[in-house]
Write a protein that binds this ligand. Structure first.
Ligand code: ZN
Ligand code: ZN
Length: 269
């Protein structure tokens, strides 16, 4: 039986004889339904249609994976060095044999961790291909559209994947929204991988904090204050956002505080 993927957001659903009636991720007010109507595809169709995964180096030792063509919400994933292989941080909606070989050549996979449901995409395909666990925050369990025994739900405020890699729960964009601290990143000063739980702006000097990016629904000032206060206790100097080269290369902690201050100024003006 096929496992359909939503063309608009890239979420893969559990196997079904017919296409799902609707995509719950797109129907949510943080996303939107495709303008021409809900549409579905499958990995098999995409594999016959020329899709490929392309690797690139985001910072020394940190590799990005993206698709050669626009699909879904343009998800990219990062390969972060772990103890026995890489951690796949966030996920992309596509996989084929060549993609598996690319990741093997870069050191293989040890685990998958995902910031929030917009990146769940084809996580179970990736977990099955490498026989590795997927770590998701338990608060977002209702958004798992393709269940699997590879999924481990973690609860609470932090979860250490390895001594060097710590998941930090922030909430806001989603109840379970989390970021990954790579302590050895940025030449040992620490890199924070934020997905779009905290979004790096186009100027690469400021960050923003939104419940919905496509529909421009901001988070409250109290939520932003809670997020920034929580991150103050961690060491990091660089932030990698959700898209290629959307990073704050240095002084990221100061930029985070300045961004929260500016955000408050405009929201409470
Ligand atoms: Zn969708
Ligand atoms: Zn998102």
């Amino acid at each position: 039986m096929p496992k359909f993927l939503c063309v608009q957001c890239g979420t893969q659903y559990a196997e079904s004889v017919t296409e799902p009636l609707k995509c719950l991720v797109c129907e949510d007010e943080r996303q939107y339904v495709r303008w021409d109507g809900q549409a579905w595809t499958t990995l098999a169709v995409m594999q016959n249609d020329g899709f490929e995964v392309v690797p690139y180096e985001e910072e020394p030792g940190l590799w990005g994976l993206e698709l050669n063509r626009s699909f879904g919400i343009g998800q990219r994933a990062l390969l972060v060095p772990g103890d026995k292989g890489n951690i796949l941080w966030d996920c992309i909606p596509y996989i084929n044999d060549r993609a598996i070989q690319i990741v093997e050549d870069l050191g293989g996979l040890e685990a998958i961790a995902i910031s929030h449901p917009h990146y769940y995409s084809t996580m179970v395909e990736w977990a099955d291909a490498f026989n590795v666990p997927i770590y998701l925050h338990a608060s977002d369990a209702d958004w798992i559209m393709r269940p699997s025994d590879k999924i481990t739900l973690w609860e609470g405020e932090t979860f250490s994947i390895t001594p060097d890699l710590e998941l930090i729960h922030l909430g806001g964009h989603f109840d379970g929204a989390s970021v990954l601290l790579w302590k050895q990143g940025a030449e040992g000063r620490g890199s924070l991988l934020s997905g779009d739980v905290i979004q790096v702006n186009r100027d690469r000097h400021y960050l923003s904090f939104m419940y919905s990016y496509p529909n421009h629904i901001p988070l409250s000032c109290n939520t932003v204050k809670r997020i920034v206060t929580k991150l103050e206790t961690y060491n990091f100097d660089r932030i990698h956002g959700a898209w290629r080269e959307r990073f704050i290369w240095e002084n990221a902690k100061e930029r985070l505080k300045a961004s929260a201050k500016r955000y408050k100024k405009y929201l409470e003006a």
